[in-house]
Design a protein around this ligand. Structure first.
Ligand code: NAP
Length: 254
């Protein structure tokens, strides 16, 4: 974990909304933002014990924090959540589209449900939340939107055609928004993590995990904190002239 300075808090007074942040990369982003003075609203599928534990950890850092239960794939729910966050926090300066799932399988055997689930949760969710927050950001004439893509969205991956397509889609969505809303003071970027140690990758067979590590020049998995720090940079004013980009966090894998 990076050494945190007590003197400079780079997101002091800002409010972020992060989807799917009960655990994994989203949770690490939430905690990283909170350590930088950011108020954090986050969603997850249910208000489980894990989600409540994340909420408590955030509150213990002395910022405003609240968990909301919502399926990120639902368009109307996104609108409702954003209205609630706006009422509870007063503004939304940063949106992180993080919620994501895998439903892997070779294309020949991939069924319609596997395709639809991954496109809905990974790609449509980013449309849902971006669509809901941009009126708020446009009024404020500022805002930073970051979507969690993946190296496979840049390079493709056998057995993950649905996932890779969803992540390539999210990159194109961010690049388009950057161009469309740049004149209104908004920035939009994507990060493309490689192989990161989380529940999602722990679920892969050991053989697949070993082959991933072998292909990484740095010979190790990344950590959720390493992803969070890159997202922090894109969320903050340190990246004030960076928009429409994809930042790979992959130990030189791609
Ligand atoms: P994870 O450990 O499986 O966590 C995913 C989180 O998203 C969980 O909190 C989960 O909630 C939530 N979620 C799932 N479906 C949702 C939905 N429909 N609505 C709202 N929340 C939902 O995954 P992760 O590894 O942290 O991945 C986070 C993001 O990074 C994803 O977009 C993933 O594609 C991307 N990514 C991960 C890696 C990696 O190596 N791990 C690499 C590249 C990109 P529950 O706890 O209720 O299931």
């Amino acid at each position: 974990m990076y050494a945190h300075s007590n003197t400079i808090m780079i997101l002091q007074g800002k409010t972020a909304l992060i989807t799917g942040a009960g655990r994994g990369i989203g949770r690490a982003i939430a905690l990283c933002f909170a350590r930088e003075g950011c108020n954090v609203a986050f969603t997850d599928l249910e208000l489980s014990d894990q989600v409540r534990a994340t909420e408590s950890e955030l509150l213990a850092l002395g910022i405003q924090a609240k968990a909301y239960a919502a399926d990120a794939a639902h368009f109307n729910a996104a609108q409702t959540i954003v209205e609630q966050v706006q009422a509870d926090f007063g503004t939304i300066d940063i949106l992180v589209n993080n919620a994501g799932i895998t439903r892997d399988g070779l294309l020949l055997r991939m069924n319609e449900q596997q395709w639809d689930d991954v496109i809905s949760v990974n790609l449509k969710s980013a449309f849902n939340y971006t669509h809901a927050v941009i009126p708020i950001m446009m009024r404020a004439r500022r805002g930073s939107i970051i979507s969690i893509a993946s190296v496979v969205g840049l390079a493709g991956n056998p057995g993950q055609a649905n996932y890779a397509a969803s992540k390539a889609g999210i990159i194109a969505l961010m690049k388009s928004i950057a161009k469309e809303l740049g004149p209104r003071g908004l920035r939009a970027n994507a990060v493309a993590p490689g192989y990161i140690d989380t529940d999602m990758t722990q679920a892969l067979p050991q053989q697949v995990r070993d082959s991933f590590i072998e292909r990484i020049p740095m010979h190790r998995a990344g950590t959720t904190d390493e992803v969070a720090q890159a997202v922090l940079f894109l969320a903050s004013d340190m990246s004030s002239y960076i928009s429409g980009q994809v930042l790979a966090i992959d130990g030189a894998m791609n």
